[in-house]
Ligand binder design. Structure first.
Ligand code: RNT
Ligand code: ZN
Length: 422
């Protein structure tokens, strides 16, 4: 450990000098990185199962594959697993909770009956950890969502049920945000859509728009709660038509000044959400990112340090958009250790941001002077700058394992804790 630390500090001082020659202050980059919270999604820990004990299987056209042992079965287990993941991720982060992770005991509490008291265990935990929380109504895995429509359902009674659920979710989020002293972003995503070509694409969208207006009627204090809406291109069972498409929600968010949620897996496979940021942020107050990785489809794979991620981070840093961006994660892999999944995906998101924060100013200067040859040359050269040494130093300075050393802890924990779960 001591030896590793020595080599890390030596590598870091070489890297620091190299960056300084290019006009980059590595200390300032690390300081900026420490101010960016990532909202960890609770649902990686139990394969989007929730704690209703309703016997419902995962619905809404989202799918988790794999049966790696050790998934969290109770709120306490899930919190312990998130604690473990957070201990391996440098910086202060947040937790993103879905409504069906409330603590309902043995009682049957339907979605429209959820109240802040069902979330007091989560609030106490977040308070003790000094972290903020975000929230989501859960409009799937429920008999009233089984036919694929919720807020846009042709039947008013079904629409009203989901409106009540979303209203209750906003109120809960406001209580959470007030208790934690940080606004809880409340993201509405619904699965509504159809497998085959619909005749009427308009009426469901009119109904969704009206339902959302009802959901958002009550003004809540933005110091405690913020509203966001998430679009999608297609889902399993909604291949031909999704009511809440990108155009739908972009229009709705601009008109109503809501936060627009961009999920990296919710567009055509060659479309990167990075290029959307500088456009949508001209018109909406802020964005929520669901950092995810689609493989051939919206598969929600663990986020890797790939070009798509680099581009998102670069756009945010280059255009100074971080203050108007809430960064959340949205992936769920049940085929590997779930704590490792959170750790890998979150650390990668932070690495991409660090690399962006360490970008040589010469790139922009080359572009400004019209020298696109130099721009490309510098951009490619920047890929092999010693950011890894800065990352390791950052991890050590935040008392989390540098390099791959976190994996030893995950393996030890797997043997002693996860292995004991049924
Ligand atoms: C589904 C959306 C949505 C969900 C979560 C669980 O395609 O991405 O964000 O993944 O609400
Ligand atoms: Zn999402």
């Amino acid at each position: 450990m001591a030896r590793a630390s020595k080599s890390i500090s030596q590598s870091y001082s070489t890297a620091k000098a190299r960056y300084a020659e290019m006009g980059i202050n590595t200390e300032a980059a690390m300081d900026a990185l420490s101010k960016i919270p990532i909202s960890l999604h609770c649902w990686q820990g139990d394969d989007v199962g929730g704690f209703e004990n309703s016997g419902e299987s995962l619905g809404g056209g989202i799918a988790v594959t794999g049966n790696y042992p050790g998934k969290a079965r109770t709120p306490d287990e899930l919190r312990a697993d998130i604690d473990m993941a957070l201990s391996l991720i440098p910086g202060k982060h947040r937790l993103n909770l879905h409504a069906f992770y409330g603590e309902f005991g043995s009682k049957k509490v339907d979605r429209n009956e959820i109240r802040p008291e069902h979330f007091s265990g989560w609030i106490d935990w977040a308070k003790a950890n000094h972290i903020g929380m975000d929230f989501n109504p859960t409009c799937f895995s429920h008999p009233k969502a089984a036919d694929g429509f919720t807020l846009s359902h042709p039947k008013k009674t079904i629409r009203d049920f989901w409106i009540e659920h979303c209203v209750a979710s906003r109120e809960i989020a406001a209580v959470i945000g007030k208790a934690l002293g940080s606004p809880a972003v409340t993201n509405v995503w619904i699965p509504d859509g159809s497998k085959d070509t619909p005749v009427d694409r308009l009426a469901p969208r009119q109904r969704l728009s009206n339902s959302l207006d009802k959901v958002f009627t009550k003004k809540l204090n933005p110091k405690h709660q913020l509203d966001s809406v998430e679009c999608k291109l297609f889902g399993i069972g909604s291949e031909s038509y999704v009511v809440g498409s990108h155009e739908f929600y972009m229009g709705y968010a601009i008109k109503n000044q809501k936060i627009l949620c961009l999920d990296a897996g919710h567009f055509h496979p060659t479309e990167n959400i990075a290029d959307k940021l500088s456009s949508v942020l001209l018109y909406v107050p802020s964005v929520l990112l669901h950092v995810s990785r689609g493989v051939r489809w919206d598969s929600d794979h663990v986020v890797t340090l790939n070009d798509a991620l680099h581009e998102i981070a670069s756009e945010l840093v280059r255009n100074q958009l971080l203050s108007r961006t809430h960064i959340g994660l949205d992936f769920f892999d049940a085929s590997i250790n779930r704590i490792a999944a959170w750790t890998i995906g979150t650390r990668n998101t932070l690495k991409a941001l660090l690399i962006a924060l360490l970008e040589p100013p010469a790139l922009r200067e080359a572009e400004k002077s019209g020298d696109f040859t130099s721009r490309l040359a510098l951009m490619e050269d920047a890929k092999s700058l010693p950011w890894g040494a800065v990352w390791d130093a950052y991890c050590e300075s935040r008392n989390v394992p540098a390099g791959i050393r976190w994996l030893t802890e995950v393996k030890r924990h797997e043997a002693s804790v996860l292995g004991r779960r049924g």
